[in-house]
Design a protein around this ligand. Structure first.
Ligand SMILES: Cc1cc2nc3c(=O)[nH]c(=O)nc-3n(C[C@H](O)[C@H](O)[C@H](O)COP(=O)(O)O)c2cc1C
Length: 362
């Protein structure tokens, strides 16, 4: 198998992180990046929300903010791709530099601030995938945000949901980026109930009942127990179809060794694995396993993905580890996952979801 990253990786690591990201997107757009063979196995298939995921490993939001390369990334072996975060109007984001590698920690810090081309551009690209009204192969979700200067935040999510409900396989309300002032306050119960209700109403209006995409909420790893209980209450009340746990953290674990550790923004990658999995595990308990969870944060191996699944995730997502390993990692995670499921006697991912909780109870 040809791993383009063996060739491109050392070159990409010579330039600034965001420059390397831009070059990667351009390379993927040319169609010259060879596809990775998709790892297929019955145990990897996940059926959820009327969708069939060929494997549980997705691309997390923030890599393809403008929906430029969802199909190219599906061809790299992902089971699904989340585009965005997209805001109604285009916006430049924070001043550069705003993305930093922490190689000593296998981590990344970013304070991008929702730089993106806006809803028009993203909708145009996703609509092009659905020409002739045909549903394209491969699951592509859309992650929604608010513009920095918008006062009525819910109005921005309504707009995003209305435009993207007919074009995306699932929608995500992102209230957990640490880089938009005031955004994370939307995770409080009072704010959240109104926000979710209004976004749900926009989805209902925009798409016929039988074609409505599931609506998810992406949360921060830095929430208190009371916040988590509030979010679980909203989720179990039926207004959400799932939760993504989690976004980047504003915490800076004392274990960080990289000189860049003091940069402002959200930390992701290996140091996020433990805190984000702890929140995932807690959320599975609080929702009594009734709300599908997507686990993100620090996944760099099949064992990491398996850990999230056993803690309660039905699907997982990866971003930061791609910076260090390229997309060959996706196949590796899936192959390792097949072995781990088999080792522990699980016929499928679904059988292993939340397994840690069952063992504790026994
Ligand atoms: C450079 C960068 C940009 C990101 N942008 C977004 C974003 O726009 N929206 C979002 O919901 N999450 C964003 N994230 C967070 C990721 O989607 C993911 O939740 C987080 O990085 C944890 O996964 P990881 O440890 O595998 O990277 C971004 C992460 C990085 C590293």
């Amino acid at each position: 198998m040809f791993d383009y990253y063996r060739l491109a990786g050392p070159l990409l690591r010579q330039v600034a992180a965001e420059t390397a990201h831009g070059l990667t997107i351009r390379l993927l757009k040319t169609g010259l990046v060879p596809p990775q063979p998709r790892v297929e196995h019955p145990s990897l298939t996940v059926r959820l929300w009327d969708l069939t995921f060929p494997n549980p490993v997705g691309l997390a939001a923030g890599f393809d903010k403008n929906a430029e390369v969802p199909d190219a990334m599906l061809r790299q072996g992902f089971g699904f791709v989340e585009t965005g975060t997209v805001t109604p109007r285009p916006q430049p984001g924070n001043p550069k530099p705003r993305m930093f590698r922490l190689p000593e920690d296998n981590a990344v810090i970013n304070r991008m601030g929702f730089n993106n081309q806006g809803l028009d551009a993203v909708c145009r690209r996703l609509a092009a995938r659905r020409r002739n009204g045909r549903r394209p192969v491969g699951i592509v979700g859309a992650n929604l945000g608010k513009n920095k200067d918008t006062v009525d935040a819910a109005a921005d999510y309504e707009l995003g949901a209305a435009r993207l409900a007919p074009l995306a396989d699932y929608l995500v309300i992102n209230v957990s980026s640490p880089n938009t002032p005031g955004l994370r306050a939307l995770q409080s119960r009072r704010e959240l109930e109104g926000l979710v209700a209004r976004t749900r109403a926009a989805v209902d209006k925009a798409a016929p009942a039988e074609r409505q995409p599931p609506l998810l909420l992406k949360i921060a790893p830095d929430l208190t127990e009371a916040d988590l209980a509030d979010i679980a209450a909203v989720a179990t009340a039926g207004s959400l179809d799932g939760l993504i746990v989690s976004n980047t953290t504003v915490a800076r674990p004392a274990s960080l060794r990289s000189p860049r550790a003091g940069e402002g923004g959200g930390l992701s990658g290996a140091p996020l694995f433990e805190p984000s999995t702890r929140v995932l595990r807690r959320m599975y308990q609080l929702t009594r396993g009734k709300v599908p969870l997507i686990g993100a944060g620090g996944i760099a191996s099949g064992l990491d993905a398996y850990g999230k699944i056993r803690a309660g995730a039905t699907l997982v997502q990866v971003y930061s580890a791609l910076v260090y390993h390229g997309t060959a990692l996706v196949g590796r995670i899936n192959r390792e996952l097949i072995d781990l499921l088999h080792r522990d006697g699980f016929a499928s991912v679904a059988d292993a979801v939340g397994a840690d909780h069952r063992e504790v109870r026994r």
